[in-house]
Design a protein around this ligand. Structure first.
Ligand code: ADP
Length: 159
């Protein structure tokens, strides 16, 4: 069984993340979202809510699951018996940070290969911060998030 881990904050998951997950899940037997339980980023959603929103948003993908993690992603990958990590690349500006992370993860766990993918161009400008800001101000971003995420954002922002 070839398993790939998709690590990130996912606060909340949007269609750019989903685009990558769908593509990667076709190349591997299973894909596991590993949601970072990292309060220093001050997330809007709790880690359990972020996992729930991923599960709801991927319910039609039969080989996709989600867990939360508080430890190094190289360690999570080892525990999960995964052989790869998937990360999305949007712009050249993502590259430097992602390159550093990939090199560090090779150092921590040489068995794990990091794979990068670009999303469909209609999602290239998306990030979770923009989704939150625009929704909070009343913008309708239903094209960019699933209904579950859209409803959860409305509840969080009381709109
Ligand atoms: P981070 O892990 O940097 O806290 P995210 O949870 O938002 O941030 O991102 C998780 C992964 O998804 C990262 O590899 C990121 O590059 C990727 N990603 C984020 N937004 C998009 C997008 N619009 N298209 C493709 N990949 C994306």
């Amino acid at each position: 069984m070839r398993k790939i881990i998709y690590p990130g904050t996912f606060d909340p998951i949007h269609k750019g993340h989903l685009d990558i997950a769908v593509r990667a899940s076709k190349l591997f037997d299973t894909l596991v979202f590993a949601v970072a339980d990292n309060s220093s980023k001050n997330p809007l959603f709790t880690v359990d809510e972020r996992v729930e929103l991923i599960l709801a948003s991927t319910s039609d993908l039969h080989n996709v699951s989600a867990i939360s993690t508080q430890q190094l992603i190289a360690e999570t990958a080892r525990e999960e018996n995964a052989c790869a990590l998937i990360r999305g690349l949007r712009h050249v500006s993502d590259f430097e940070f992602e390159f550093q992370m990939a090199m560090m993860n090779y150092h921590l766990n040489p068995e794990i290969t990091t794979i990068f993918m670009m999303p469909d161009e209609k999602y290239i400008h998306l990030n979770s911060s923009v989704i939150k800001e625009v929704t909070k101000l009343g913008g309708d971003l239903r094209d960019y998030v699933t209904k579950d995420v859209f409803d959860a954002l409305k509840i969080k922002f009381n709109i």
